[in-house]
Design a protein around this ligand. Sequence first.
Ligand code: GLA
Length: 384
Amino acid sequence: MNALNVRQLFEKKFGNGYLVFRAPGRINLIGEHTDYNLGYVLPAAINKYIYLAIQPNETGTYHIHAADLREDASFDQEFRKNDLPGWARYPAGVIRELTGRGYQLKGFNAVFGGNIPSGAGLSSSAALEMAFALAINTMDKLELPPLELAKAGQQAEHHTVGVRCGIMDQFASVFGKTNQLIRLDCRNLNHTYYPFKSKDHTILLANTGVSHALAESAYNERRDQCEEGVRMLAREFSEVRSLRDVSPDMLRTVGKKLDPVILKRCEYVIEENERVIGACSALEKGDPDLTGEFMWSSHEGLRDKYEVSCKELDFLVDTARAISGVKGARMMGGGFGGCTINLLETRHVESFKEISSEKFFEQFKTRPEYYEVSIAEGAGILSE
Ligand code: GLA
């Protein structure tokens, strides 16, 4: 579904006099499960979007049509989340966060659709939240800065959706810049842009097509395990507030006292933070081989220590290792399915797709989808 389709549907359903917003999905080059541990991430917004056509109404009710799903939801500020279809909890959650901060919001009529595959780890849900947050910010003249919109989206996930996510996805969706990766320090939310554009190299995503129903509970469980690690470490080192404050030496000192599973989780997070820093300096040096090395080891950590990969993702990464021109590959996002991200020489893109698709088919009898993404601008208004 593109912006034009969304407009046409809106006009059919609600008539004229509306605004159109769009918010992008994201990739993450490296730095997985580090955001809620107050570490580093290196995401970017991509040229896949949620488009939202919207107009205020005077009824205090929110009427939303999900164009791709051909479903409707209507609710007001007193909604009960269990009465809403899953997708409507994202905009409803954003509304709840903003009204909770004391803002008076009007009702609205809205139609949204897009081209971010859902369940693929490309943050279609954060894009949906950011499209609505930006639209409400504009229509209700709240004048909230982008960071507050990102935070409202993240809190909507915690309180209304039930996933205790970090801030990476919402942040990337609003702070994205064309051809720039965002190095975000999730402790103080300072961010730096790293140029990423080279005709010689391509970022190619390979979608396993797998999305596990348990992903959300496993996500929250990982977060609990990290918090448990922090509690234990803080007994020994009072300055520790998050895994970001823990050095490899500190972890070695306390290691034996930790449950082995908790220890693995903590090791992964501490090492992944170091890999992000390493990848950033590799990018600065213009060294794709070294950048790729960090990606391979990130995948190993996610697979063996954080245990959020799955056989389809591992298969795609192992296959990528044997294909010419691939600098690095890893699973991307929360895990248990979705996409791998591959950094490879542009001249090898077609042969990569052929070989990896064939091998995946032999093994799983389905074929991955491939997306060559470009790094795009963050959420914004398309037209008035
Ligand atoms: C999901 C969450 C993010 C982040 C990633 C893993 O995308 O929404 O906050 O934790 O998983 O890196």
